[in-house]
Ligand binder design. Structure first.
Ligand SMILES: Cc1ncc(COP(=O)(O)O)c(C=O)c1O
Length: 410
């Protein structure tokens, strides 16, 4: 089927939740995607922060090939060899003790909200009031199910589905005074994206994070770091909370964990994990054999000497090139982010930039209407950055001229 045929069929049969880019992807290699006509695209979106080892990584493919000939699924009521070693590895890396596996970011966020409530109920059963509130941060994104959505800030996502899960209150981003005021004895947990992704790649301030962790400790509320987008090496640290020297009670990961297959994890402190017991929470597919095996390989690769250093170095080079672009093209208002989670905020909507870049063979993403968000594979090289910049420069320069002309007329 051609792109046009597929696209027409989708228009008839899919529930219309996505606006797709006009590419029919058929294969990938390294940082490049190929369409059905053999055209090559440099991918600076990385499957929405999933493809951090790039496409067709030989060590990942070897596992997929081997596994397809042995055992694809067994259910969580039977042991397999990979879940426990992966849990041990993940918990060790996060400085925590126990893990629950789910299938997606949303699912593990939802599970963490349940865990926080169960923990509060267990620890504080004698209190004369209910302790179930969840503090979330303005401009955050935690997922699409009713609990995760209740902790997600943009009204456009929440409003059509209200009433959502009750008990969520939002704290103003980086407002430490408001954070302090928001803590009452009813708070069971605070959830924060260590760098806000969908919200436009907004780093959360060190003081805000530190204070949030302290207040959680003082109130025996759980400090939950959502590292679903920014974790697992993306920012040049294994986990972004480690840059700040924090010790969360719960860490959430998903996206790149299993190299492109669905896998998420709630990583928790021992005493917190005790709030769940058999039957209290579960999922059919979470922690599947192939996913866990792949995730063990992903972590092994990320931990190899030089991997994270590479992310930091290429990230620094990339950021510098974006800063130069900002100086040359006034339509670029701000550059921000860490490692290979970067953004260029524009003065105009980014949709046209994404369209023109795709025509020129580069896959980009725009979030918050004006923010070009870069989430490339972590194996990115400097030459890929150069290729992006030489594609972006004429597009942004032309927009800068249009923009200046408009400002003169205004
Ligand atoms: C920080 C964060 N949390 C949660 C989610 C939800 O993850 P998923 O789409 O896998 O359900 C996302 C997805 O983009 C995310 O970026």
């Amino acid at each position: 089927m051609t792109l046009e045929e597929i696209s027409n069929l989708e228009k008839r049969v899919l529930i219309p939740t996505y606006e797709r880019m006009p590419i029919l992807a058929v294969r990938g290699e390294g940082c490049y995607l190929y369409d059905d006509r053999g055209r090559r695209y440099l991918d600076f979106f990385g499957g929405l922060a999933v493809s951090s080892l790039g496409y067709a990584h030989p060590e990942i493919l070897a596992i997929v090939r081997d596994d397809s000939e042995t055992l694809l699924h067994v259910s969580n009521l039977i042991y397999h060899r990979y879940q426990a070693p992966l849990a041990e590895k993940l918990a060790g890396l996060a400085g925590l003790e126990r893990v629950f596996f789910g299938n997606s970011g949303t699912e593990v966020t939802e599970g963490a909200i349940k865990l926080a409530r169960a923990y509060a109920r267990r620890r504080h059963y004698a209190e004369p009031f209910e302790r179930y509130e969840l503090l979330a941060v303005e401009n955050s994104f935690h997922g699409r199910t009713l609990g995760a959505l209740a902790a997600t800030w943009p009204e456009k996502y929440r409003r059509p589905f209200e009433p959502l899960v009750p008990g969520v209150r939002f704290v103003r981003l980086n407002d430490v005074a408001h954070l302090r005021e928001s803590f009452t004895r009813r708070v069971a947990a605070l959830i924060v994206e260590t760098i806000q992704g969908e919200g436009g790649v907004i780093p959360v301030g060190a003081e805000f994070l530190r204070t949030a962790a302290e207040l959680c400790r003082a109130h025996d509320a759980l400090f939950i770091c959502d590292e679903i987008q920014c974790g697992l090496g993306r920012t040049g640290f294994l986990f972004e909370f480690q840059r700040h020297g924090l010790k969360p009670d719960v860490v959430l990961v998903a996206k790149s964990l299993a190299a492109g297959l669905p896998l998420g994890a709630i990583i928790a402190r021992e005493a917190v994990a005790e709030a769940f017991s058999p039957g209290l929470h579960g999922t059919t597919f979470g922690g599947g054999l192939l996913q866990c095996r792949l995730a063990l390989k992903v972590l092994e690769i990320i931990e190899r000497p030089g991997f994270l250093k590479h992310v930091r170095e290429v990230g620094a080079y990339f950021r510098l090139q974006l800063e130069k672009l900002r100086q040359e093209c006034p339509v670029v208002r701000q550059v921000r982010g860490e490692g290979l989670m970067l953004a260029a905020e524009l003065a105009v909507p980014g949709k046209e930039v994404v369209r023109r870049a795709l025509e020129a063979g580069v896959v980009l993403n725009c979030t918050q209407e004006r923010v070009l968000r870069f989430l490339p594979p972590l194996i990115l090289g400097r030459h890929h950055v150069d290729e992006l910049i030489s594609t972006l420069k004429p597009i942004l320069a032309a927009l800068s001229v249009d923009q200046q002309a408009q400002e003169v007329h205004a």
